[in-house]
Design a protein around this ligand. Structure first.
Ligand SMILES: Nc1ncnc2c1ncn2[C@@H]1O[C@H](COP(=O)(O)OP(=O)(O)OP(=O)(O)O)[C@@H](O)[C@H]1O
Ligand SMILES: [Mg+2]
Length: 1065
């Protein structure tokens, strides 16, 4: 069903969300704060209109059974299987797995008052646990209901709850495991499929869980009640024997079965075929077997013990298959030898002894022992009696063994508290009801009686304690039926015992007659004979009917005496005492043989054990779980109203409710009531400072309660009508919204503040750290700087010393800074001759570096140079060699590039070129030629070829001077352009030396020196040049510096050249 969930999320928003919840209609307002702390708000009754009431005491029409059942039905439909009647939990078997038993659910119920959360078995378990711890009073949880109503399941849930939620140490964990694991073992041996329940408990179980002062489960003890032994040898149609037989056959390993002489087929065994129901869909024998095997180990069974246990189980099956035949003289004999062989091996008894014991009876007459043979029928029942005895006693041994493993062994602290769990077979009615049903139903009568007594008593006590007048309630007291069964001398059990013990021909029929005689007039007892016409038909001649609180049951008296006597022939007991199986020797004690006193009958034993149980229960604080079965077909979601009405009636739930409601529907302790509703009154909100009763009184007056609607007790408020409470709840519901808004606002505020504080603190912290880091950094840098300065000063002082620790830093630094400075200030071009001054230690290195640098620059310059430029440079180099610092106009020629020729092809006459022929022309320049005699200036062309210098006058080659005859070239040191080509006088073809003038004298002479290879033969003269004229005559050219160039013939026949001063040298 829909449930509203309030969730306060860390943003401060409150989320109201509908949530599907299987178990509750209350909404649990879990306030989850960011730190994970959560609180639980009670909000139990808000959704009541939609799914009935979660506590029947709040039913307006509480006397109406129809309203009661309708409330159950509504809740059941919504999967709400639990409902309270005050503190009693009513549980309807859902017949399906429900998601309400998770660890989360357990946590939800832990430490919370059970009316604060939706009804649950965990709430009851937790309540008992807390009462045990706080009040130090032993508790018991009584689970009742008819067969299949869910008692065993409920008890398992309770045990699981304790195992999970109680504190645990390593040792406690072992106890927890053993407590939990005792269930599968006991269920395997003590539960069986019946028509009512596929896992019906065929024994009663009361389990004490012992808790130490810390609340940890430290031990346990189980009491078992009357196992339905008859099931071992016989099952009604559609029923099975105890689970363990099928589990062993289905799940046992091949080797194991072979050893036990068993077949993997239950149909093979007489004791398993009576009910004709070997398989049940809801039961998986194979996996159950595994669980049982594991559980046995956890509980502490050794492999040897398990083997002996299995030998016993197998021997019971073999016993069932033992067949008798008749020998001559009507003596019986055993006809199945194989079975006998297995049997004797498995129970460790000699075969022939066993045969005799199973076919004879020992009689002691006049002090003498005689073996009297049995007839067929007697032998069969002796065999069945042995099977039942073996199984029954083994079961008790098993319980004792479990008890030993659960025993609380810590002697240092004998004090422990106890929670008892009672899961006893429920009231049951079959077609054929026998002695077992009689005992089971009697047990349920006793429990019902206890329930009535205790609930009434506690209710009455509460009223008295609170000082409120008790109004008597009418209810059915079943004491009358209990008395009918158990009263001394007059009760059914006494009569049965009497019949069993009396000499003579006592039989089941005489027992019935005796009953009719003795209790015939009892209003709850009827037999065929005593009944009136209408009922007579329903009661068989061999039956008696008891009108139980839970309904009418016919009991067939057949077998009553035998079952009550529970006889096992003495010789069978004797051989079992001598068994080699250790479990059997413990089960069959020799002392029993020597005890002459006749043992109590089964019914008397049962009566005594029940009386003891009642004593145990009365001494404890009880809590109740009343289980209801919704239908007979084990189906989920089927609500059989007739069946349920019947159970509601016989469980006395209506009476329980009436008692609870006698006067007041609702009660709560003052502090709880005030805590829940204080927000509804300004005087009590947010906290009431005065006394509690006054606070509650102020609150209810503010709410407008009328005096007849409530009463104030000593510690509790009692509210008479549910509607008063509902009105208060509605007011609370409305109030919650405004509270939620306020809560939201203040929570948001607080959250923001906290966030801001956190941020601020973080910022301050970061700031502080960062400042610290910066300060440290500055300090370090200062320290380093001071160190550096100190080292510098020291280094400076020691700078002229050899390298030593004092000056090495300084020296390194000076070197380093020189090199780094050098790196930045390296010359960029080859012409740049700048170079930083090196420190003393680096003079040599600096020089090397400088050279390297220069080489590098030159090298890279050369790499980049073009062939033309190279040629140019070579020529310039030659010019430099010849003229540098020797001739005045040389510096002006340096920046001017030499050209390849001053006259092109078209400037030279073709005839001249023809005359030159193949002699390739390399350079041509216009020149002025001065005659040798009159020094007349004439324009000419000077051509330089590969072999000769040629003087040309327009189309005529005037003179061709082979480089071989060119002796030298003279030139002045001034800035003029005159030069003389000296020719060898031996060459008759020549007319003497040639005087020429060129505008480009440096270029012309450089080219000529290169072409003629006469670099060494150029003479630079200071004042005059002498040259030879033909026929041995000589001419002289005088040079003088002047303002401008003047070439004239002087009177002395010299050629005078005045050259402008250039001041370049
Ligand atoms: N809370 C539950 N949730 C789911 N299934 C349940 C629950 N309770 C009972 N059942 C189902 O009902 C079956 C019968 O329950 P259980 O064995 O507890 O009955 P019982 O009251 O102990 O009967 P008996 O008196 O015969 O021992 C269980 O095997 C299980 O299938
Ligand atoms: Mg059960």
């Amino acid at each position: 069903m829909m449930e509203l969930k309030i969730q306060l999320i860390p943003t401060g928003e409150i989320i109201l969300s509908p949530e599907k919840c299987m178990d509750s209609y209350c909404y649990n307002c879990k306030v989850v704060s960011s730190d994970g702390v959560h609180g639980m708000m009670e909000s139990a009754l808000t959704a009541r209109d939609r799914v009935g009431v979660q506590d029947f005491v709040l039913l307006e029409n509480y006397t109406s059974e129809a309203a009661f059942i309708e409330n159950l039905r509504k809740r059941f439909k919504e999967n709400l299987i639990y409902t309270y009647i005050g503190s009693v939990l009513v549980s309807v078997n859902p017949y399906k797995d429900m998601e309400i038993y998770t660890k989360n659910h357990m946590e939800r119920y832990r430490g919370v008052n059970f009316y604060e959360v939706s009804p649950h078995i965990y709430a009851v378990a937790d309540n008992s646990y807390r009462s045990m711890r706080t009040e130090r009073k032993d508790q018991c949880l009584l689970i009742s209901g008819e067969s299949g109503a869910g008692k065993t399941e409920a008890s398992k849930k309770i045990l699981q709850y304790y195992a999970v939620t109680c504190p645990a140490s390593e040792q406690v964990q072992t106890v927890k495991d053993r407590l939990l694991q005792s269930n599968p073992v006991l269920e395997a041996f003590g539960n069986a499929k019946t028509l009512r329940n596929d896992n019906s408990s065929r024994f009663g179980k009361y389990m004490d869980i012992q808790f130490d002062f810390k609340g940890a489960p430290v031990g346990g003890h189980i009491l078992n009640y009357l196992l339905e032994k008859s099931r071992v040898v016989h099952q009604n149609h559609g029923e099975r024997n105890f689970h363990i037989f099928y589990q062993l056959i289905e799940g046992g390993e091949e080797d194991q079965l072979r050893h036990l002489g068993l077949d993997r087929n239950p149909q093979q065994y007489q004791y398993l075929v009576k009910g004709n129901c070997p398989k049940v869909s809801s039961i998986n024998d194979r996996s159950d077997w595994k669980a049982v095997r594991k559980a046995l180990t956890v509980i502490g069974f050794s492999d040897g013990e398990v083997e002996e246990l299995l030998n016993i189980i197998a021997s019971v099956l073999h016993l069932g298959n033992l067949q008798y035949g008749e020998e001559e003289g009507s003596n019986v004999c055993i006809t199945s030898d194989t079975q006998l062989k297995y049997l004797s091996r498995l129970i460790g008894v000699n075969g022939s002894v066993l045969t005799e014991a199973l076919t004879h009876k020992k009689i002691i007459a006049k002090g003498e022992e005689l073996m009297s043979p049995l007839n067929l029928e007697q032998a069969s029942s002796a065999r069945d009696a042995l099977a039942k005895a073996v199984y029954g006693r083994t079961f008790t041994w098993l319980v004792n063994k479990i008890n030993a493993s659960l025993a609380y062994t810590d002697d240092s602290s004998k004090h422990y508290s106890v929670i008892g769990l009672l899961d006893i077979y429920g009231f049951e009615v079959f077609q054929h009801n026998s002695f077992e049903q009689f005992c089971i139903n009697y047990c349920n009568e006793k429990l019902q009686q206890l329930f009535i007594e205790l609930t009434l008593k506690s209710e009455q006590e509460e009223y008295e304690a609170e000082g409120i007048t008790w109004e008597p309630v009418q209810y059915f007291n079943n004491k009358i039926i209990c008395d009918l069964v158990e009263e001394k001398f007059k009760g059914i059990i006494s009569i049965l015992d009497e019949e069993c013990l009396r000499p003579g021909d006592a039989s089941d029929v005489t027992f019935l007659e005796k009953l009719e005689d003795t209790v015939g007039g009892h209003p709850h007892f009827i037999t065929h004979k005593l009944a009136d016409g209408k009922t007579r038909k329903a009661v068989g001649r061999e039956e008696f009917r008891l009108l139980h609180y839970a309904g009418e049951v016919n009991y067939n008296v057949n077998g009553f005496l035998d079952k009550n006597n529970d006889l096992l022939f003495r010789n069978l007991k004797e051989i079992m005492c001598g068994s080699e199986n250790k479990i059997l020797t413990q089960c069959f004690d020799r002392e029993e043989l020597s005890d002459k006193k006749r043992p109590d009958t089964a019914a008397t034993q049962f009566k005594a054990s029940l009386a003891k149980l009642m004593e145990i229960l009365v001494s404890k604080e009880p809590s109740y779980v009343r289980c209801i079965k919704p239908n007979d077909s084990k189906q989920a979601a089927r609500f059989d109203e007739v069946l349920i009405r019947h159970q509601v009636k016989y469980l006395g739930l209506m009476e329980n409710l009436r008692v609870r409601r006698a006067g007041f529907a609702y009660r709560r302790r003052y502090e709880v009531f005030l805590q829940r509703y204080k927000s509804l009154c300004p005087d009590t909100w947010p906290n009431w400072q005065g006394k509690l009763p006054e606070g509650v009184s102020t609150l209810v007056k503010h709410l407008g309660y009328k005096p007849e609607e409530y009463k104030l007790g000593r510690s509790k408020i009692f509210i008479r009508f549910p509607k008063t409470l509902f009105a208060t709840e509605d007011a609370l519901e409305t109030r919650k919204h405004s509270l939620a808004t306020k809560l939201q606002a203040s929570w948001r505020g607080a959250n923001q503040k906290a966030k801001f504080r956190k941020l601020r603190n973080s910022a301050i912290l970061i700031q502080a750290w960062w400042r610290g880091i910066l300060a440290k950094r500055t300090a370090r840098r200062r320290r380093e700087a001071a160190d550096t300065i100190r080292r510098f000063i020291k280094g400076f002082i020691f700078r002229h010393k050899e390298r030593c620790p004092e000056n090495e830093y300084f020296l390194d630094y000076v070197r380093y800074s020189f090199l780094m400075g050098l790196r930045r200030n390296l010359p960029k071009t080859v012409l740049d001759k700048s170079w930083p001054t090196p420190p003393a230690a680096l003079i040599e290195a600096s020089e090397n570096l400088r050279k390297l640098c220069m080489q590098n620059m030159v090298w890279s310059y050369c790499k980049k140079i073009s062939p033309e430029w190279k040629h140019q440079m070579e020529q310039k180099m030659v010019a430099s060699e010849i003229f540098k610092d020797k001739k005045d106009n040389y510096p002006q020629s340096v920046p001017k590039l030499f050209v390849s020729t001053r006259l092109n092809g078209e400037d030279i006459n073709t005839k001249v070129l023809q005359v030159l022929g193949t002699d390739k022309m390399k350079y041509a320049v216009p020149v002025t030629k001065y005659d040798r005699k009159g020094y007349k200036a004439r324009p000419r062309q000077l051509l330089l070829t590969a072999n000769s210098a040629v003087i040309v006058e327009e189309a005529k080659v005037k003179q061709q001077i082979g480089y071989g005859v060119l002796k030298g070239i003279s030139v002045s040191s001034l800035s003029d352009g005159l030069f003389v080509l000296h020719v060898a006088s031996e060459d008759n073809k020549q007319k003497g030396d040639v005087v020429l003038q060129s505008e480009h004298v440096i270029e012309t002479l450089t080219k000529m020196a290169i072409c003629a290879n006469k670099i060494e033969n150029i003479n630079i003269n200071q004042a005059s040049i002498m040259f030879s004229v033909a026929q041995g005559k000589e001419g002289i050219i005088d040079f003088t510096p002047g303002s401008e160039l003047l070439v004239v013939k002087t009177k002395n026949g010299h050629l005078s050249v005045t050259a402008p001063r250039l001041n370049s040298r």
